[in-house]
Design a protein. Structure first.
Length: 305
């Protein structure tokens, strides 16, 4: 191996490592942001009884190597049609879920985030490899999400066909079959349009204005809850409750959200209402992690403060 080849290989390894680090950081930022109505955060368990913030931290800590592997798959397949990497990526995703369950003693804390962040790690590495850039520079969110849309084309149709043949295996699949709620798979197939058009612009603006990362994350979550198709809420509580969640989030935003006393009081009321009603907008939490991940890629190594 020549000296120049060795230097280039080392840079590629560092780039993949940083992409994986951004994914783990996104998980940590999401779970630690508070207060998040109905969700696990550093203040409490939300509408969950089998997990807390420490369970989430253990799950995230187990996944860096898995995200590194997914980024490696994206980089290695960068010159092939994007769909060609799907079998390897799916296998890596199954292994990542097993690692998560090992870290959380069998509790499903981050299966949705593994799905989305795994896809996006691969797509970010693909984009970095094609453009010759690394995450210490800028990787465009739209370019990464375009790769994701191409990778996931037809995903919802294929899953629906499988559910009709085998029957729903999860509550999310039941919500898809019975109510047409496409959830996180629909977001992936669209290239995460809700993130690109709603949450990422809000998050960028709030951080640019100097708001603390915690407040920017919670405020961005409200925008996601007001706009996203959350299959977790539909599965747990039905479509009428999903509509209620959207209305309540919009109300909190109209009161100023995290940036007024009235808004903060309303967020706390939402949390109480959601906990008592067993409402957990987990799909929105997954998209919040995606939002931070894409922001991180766009801004290199500079973390929000």
């Amino acid at each position: 191996m020549s000296y120049r080849t060795g230097i280039r290989q080392k840079k590629n390894e560092n780039d993949l490592y940083r992409i994986a680090s951004a994914a783990v950081e996104a998980m940590l930022y999401e779970v630690c942001a508070a207060p998040k109505p109905g969700l696990v955060d550093r203040f409490g368990r939300g509408a969950h009884h089998d997990m807390d913030v420490f369970t989430f931290l253990s799950g995230a800590a187990s996944l860096h190597g898995c995200f590194d592997e997914m980024a490696r798959i994206g980089f290695e397949w960068r010159f092939a049609p994007v769909r060609n990497m799907w079998p390897s990526l799916r296998e890596a995703g199954i292994s990542a879920e097993q690692e998560m369950f090992s870290g959380t003693a069998g509790v499903n804390t981050q299966k949705g985030e593994i799905f989305s962040l795994g896809i996006l790690c691969a797509c970010a590495a693909r984009e970095a490899g094609l453009k010759g850039t690394g995450p210490d520079q800028k990787i465009g969110a739209r370019e990464v999400c375009a790769h994701a849309a191409a990778l996931c084309e037809g995903l919802c149709g294929a899953e629906l066909e499988q559910i009709r043949k085998e029957g729903p295996q999860t509550e999310g699949q039941r919500a898809f079959l019975e109510h047409g709620c496409r959830g996180i798979r629909g977001e992936a197939e669209s290239g995460y349009q809700t993130v690109l058009t709603v949450s990422l612009p809000v998050y960028r603006q709030l951080l640019a204005e100097g708001h603390p990362a915690n407040d920017a994350l919670v405020q961005t979550l409200l925008y996601l809850a007001a706009n996203a198709d959350d299959s977790n809420v539909v599965a747990r509580c039905g479509p009428a409750t999903a509509d209620r969640v959207r209305r309540r989030a919009a109300q909190a935003i109209s009161l100023g959200g995290m940036f007024t006393e009235a808004g903060q009081q309303d967020i706390r009321r939402m949390d109480e209402e959601f906990i008592s009603g067993n409402i957990s907008p987990g799909g929105c939490a997954d998209l919040l992690a995606v939002t931070h991940f894409l922001y991180r890629l766009e801004n290199g190594t500079a973390a929000p403060v």
